[in-house]
Design a protein around this ligand. Structure first.
Ligand code: ZN
Length: 238
């Protein structure tokens, strides 16, 4: 195939799309007066535009949003006067400083959540394969949609505490640039995801505010259990 033909084809496709898009886009702009304002600002004559009737009429019209609902604000009309309150904590729900540290032995296992998108899914597949070949872990399904607190496609593997000193450095060196959330599993799933996390590479939003957390007078939330399901057959590189 000759390159000139490619160029010609590409130019024809561009022209086709320009012609498809231009009339509707132009109509929309004229209706809101933007075209007229633009032409006026550029000092172009009506004759030069070739759409003198529509554009001239629009020149005198004010630019308005297409719909302007009449109604009453549910907030009243004095919100702008409110004083700035100081939140009790950067951690919503935490009212005072804790009286003592939490016991690290509250952590019963860990999850590693590996995030990916349509451009990085092959990296995720390689990391998934490498992990399953080397670690006895609980490997979950592929999630191609947001699931639970995870807002982008992901998969996870859960692992016992004794693997932590190997899994963390291994993921640091083998993330392939993917964003990875490592969170502990305690009786406070909300805090596990929001406040006790470790990240490999950039962090991303975690929608964990709806997860359960301990409430006074109620039994604590169930602690996530790990049931390894992989059969590692590769000796980890050292
Ligand atoms: Zn998790």
């Amino acid at each position: 195939m000759k390159p000139e033909n490619d160029d010609t084809d590409a130019a024809a496709v561009d022209r086709h799309w320009a012609e498809l898009l231009a009339p509707s886009r132009r109509k929309l702009l004229v209706n809101t007066g933007l075209v007229a304002a633009g032409f006026a600002a550029a000092g172009l004559s009506a004759a030069a535009r070739g759409t003198n009737q529509t554009a001239t009429a629009a020149t005198t019209a004010a630019v308005k949003p297409p719909h302007h609902e009449a109604g009453k604000s549910p907030w009243g009309y004095e919100t702008y006067k409110q004083a700035t309150p100081r939140p009790p904590s950067v951690r919503p729900g935490e009212k005072t400083l804790p009286t003592k540290p939490r016991a690290y032995t509250d952590i019963k296992s860990y999850h590693a959540h590996i995030y990916f998108d349509e451009d990085s899914y092959e990296k995720a597949a390689l990391l998934r394969k490498w992990s399953a070949e080397r670690f006895h872990v609980e490997l979950g399904d592929w999630n191609l949609e947001p699931r639970g607190p995870h807002v982008t496609p992901s998969f996870y593997f859960g692992f016992a505490n004794d693997l932590l000193p190997i899994v963390v450095p291994w993921l640091q060196l083998n993330s392939l640039g993917l964003t990875i959330l490592l969170h502990p599993n305690t009786a406070d799933p909300r805090a596990d995801h929001l406040y006790y996390a470790l990240w490999v590479n950039r962090s991303q939003p975690v929608n964990g505010y709806g997860l359960p957390s301990p409430q006074a007078g109620k039994p604590p939330p169930e602690i996530e259990q790990i049931y390894p399901n992989t059969q590692p057959n590769v000796t980890i590189e050292t």
